[in-house]
Design a protein around this ligand. Sequence first.
Ligand SMILES: Nc1ncnc2c1ncn2[C@@H]1O[C@H](COP(=O)(O)OP(=O)(O)O)[C@@H](O)[C@H]1O
Ligand SMILES: N[C@@H](CCC(=O)OP(=O)(O)O)C(=O)O
Length: 399
Amino acid sequence: MSSDAAPAAAASQPLAGVAAAGRIRAARRLVVKIGSALLVDDRTGKTHRTWLDALTDEVALLRRRGQEVILVSSGAVAVGRRILGLSGHDGGALRLEEKQAAAATGQIRLAHAWQEALAHHDIPVAQILLTLDDSENRRRYLNARKTLDQLLALGVVPVVNENDTVTTQEIRFGDNDRLAARVAAMVSADALVLLSDIDGLYTADPRQDATARRLDEVRELSPEIEAMAGTAGSTMGTGGMVTKLIAARIAMDAGCAMAIAPGKGLGPLGALEAGGPCTWFLPAQEPRAARKRWIAGALKPEGRLVLDAGAVRALLAGKSLLPAGVTGVDGAFQKGAPVRIVDGSGRALGVGLCNYPADEARQLVGRRSGDIAAVLGYRGPDELVHRDDLALTAAGETA
Ligand SMILES: Nc1ncnc2c1ncn2[C@@H]1O[C@H](COP(=O)(O)OP(=O)(O)O)[C@@H](O)[C@H]1O
Ligand SMILES: N[C@@H](CCC(=O)OP(=O)(O)O)C(=O)O
């Protein structure tokens, strides 16, 4: 990877419009998922130092170019089971509570390995443990999104894993493919890279079909594409292509391009950037447009914010909604709920996600953002609705 210029202008167009070799460089915000088999030595349960160092060199380079990187790292169970001497049952399988104990033990070591490797580049690391539920519950989702945004703004590389201790379902290998896609959607990432033991999606499982051929690009997840996925390959990873295609759907719906790329060699991101083999899943929309479509189309408003004329003008000029411009709050809703945004005559302007629950929003009506701490007793966001969480209807936009 070369370090010369800054990344191509923020991907305000879908990465689909960028030549394959330019996509990593064009991504403003990138999520990279690393599976257990790449990171952890099957035999010793130790992390592969040289590999990790080479990858973090690449992460540092992306950061120097001004690109934001989030890592989703598996490996806690694989590391922890060796520390605890858990050999498993029936061919090595662990019970759920053993996996959870292994994950809790291995996670410290895993986070430490990332911290040490990125410390060579003076990059601070943050650990984020999430459940898939967190990415589905809107309030927790918004909190996680804001924390990740803040960490990235502070120059931190967040390292995400599933919070295996509280997971109620079986910890399945491959879950992190899905989690990584949810994280990518959550932070409106332009690109998600799943580093794998294989260099992409093949027309059939290449272990079973020697004539299988790799696809360079997928622009639509048709039933034919889905039928190509099988079950898992390595002894440590068991997700196979199925979870990767689930991840692709989540990412594409969020306007995020996704690559399945080979991770085994040293410097896998550089290889990808140099146009190495992989499969790109390319959505038609970019993340911002996809997110606005989700807010406007998929969510049912649970309340209403009434705006004064100045706030209407500000919103139409692309600004966030501050409490000072709100004259009324209707409904009973939670923090993060979708609310209809209307002008003084009740005309709908669009839908937004409200940063405060209804009772607090009511207390903030007409107040300056600087008063929020005094009114509520804690310092929350300055905006009632952030512009990224606002989808104005076409009618409103032209009004
Ligand atoms: N259509 C397909 N294309 C590519 N790989 C497939 C396909 N169907 C099944 N697989 C299997 O999925 C494996 C990748 O899944 P897995 O080993 O879980 O990935 P990870 O690298 O994330 O651990 C491949 O090694 C391959 O054997
Ligand atoms: N959360 C688990 C990993 C789950 C998972 O999806 O693993 P993998 O298929 O190796 O990416 C762990 O850290 O061990």
